[in-house]
Ligand binder design. Structure first.
Ligand SMILES: [Fe+2]
Ligand SMILES: [Fe+2]
Length: 280
């Protein structure tokens, strides 16, 4: 059993739809699992079509929503939680998994896949925020679209972040009898926002800062995700959101980000196909 990871497919872009179709064409992955770590589309039809297309080509597809799935630009949803609930139901209808599952290789070995729902904590939400200071930032952050398109039932994004993590508690309480590969859309810890020291020293994977006034760390993720993956005892944790592709081991856990991202970004060229993250 091979487990592949991919995220931030942003299938609203025709170029990305071509890339997704090309990457998963044929019969290469009919025995494989794919983890899709959020940000496929805010459009329900595009989301459904993309996940269905992947489902037809992989033995198993797992999904957690990203911030783009919570956008309310269309569709008549009362709030973002209602939309996320509808997406969970959609996944059930098309055979895409959103809950933990044990995948066996048919010869006795197995791996558990554990999706972790999440949202980011802004610095004003509390100490689990991944915020780090950035000298060039404009705190007004007028370019962050979530502030326009996401609406929570109680109006409080900090409470939504806690509520979504709380929804994972059942997964933490159970016993896992095989290695665990977990995944979330948002980042679990600050270090993974940045290139590893050896990559920085060798000047590898450097992408220009196109938005010096924007401080991504305000909306990057939550330390609550890190606590949950440590409770699970994850061997590998896959995440997305930043459109910076990373693969590094920190305190015994391999953290992998493999984002298709937006056309024209460096991330897209790095991640034209899903990445193998586990095999048993
Ligand atoms: Fe994204
Ligand atoms: Fe995102």
């Amino acid at each position: 059993m091979r487990v592949f990871a991919w995220s931030d497919l942003h299938a609203d872009f025709p170029r990305n739809r071509e890339r997704i179709a090309a990457a998963s064409a044929g019969h290469d992955h009919l025995d494989d699992a794919l983890l899709v770590a959020g940000d496929v589309s805010d459009n329900m039809d595009t989301l459904a079509r993309t996940l269905e297309g992947l489902r037809a080509r992989f033995a198993e597809v797992f999904f957690v929503p990203g911030n783009h799935e919570a956008w309310l630009r269309r569709g008549g949803f009362a709030d973002s939680q209602e939309k996320l609930d509808r997406i969970e139901a959609l996944c059930g209808e098309i055979g895409v998994r959103t809950r933990p599952a044990r995948l066996g290789n048919g010869r006795g070995a197995a791996v558990w896949i554990v999706p972790l729902a999440s949202w980011y904590q802004k610095p004003e939400h509390g100490p689990d925020s991944l915020y780090v200071e950035k000298a060039t930032e404009d705190a007004a952050q007028s370019m962050w679209a979530d502030d326009l398109f996401v609406r929570w039932p109680d109006g409080d994004a900090g409470a939504a972040a806690e509520r979504l993590l709380l929804g994972n508690e059942d997964h933490l309480a159970r016993a896992y009898d095989a290695p665990v590969v977990s995944f979330s859309h948002f980042l679990p810890r600050r270090e993974v926002m940045f290139r590893a020291p050896e990559e920085a020293a060798a000047n590898l994977h450097r992408q220009p800062d196109r938005h010096p006034a924007f401080n991504f760390s305000r909306v990057a993720g939550s330390l609550g995700i890190e606590r949950q993956l440590r409770t699970l005892g994850s061997s590998v944790h896959v995440y997305g959101h930043q459109h910076r592709n990373r693969d590094r081991v920190l305190e015994g856990v391999r953290y992998v980000s493999h984002c298709l991202g937006y056309p024209g970004e460096g991330a897209a060229e790095d991640a034209l196909r899903p990445k193998l993250v586990y095999e048993c």
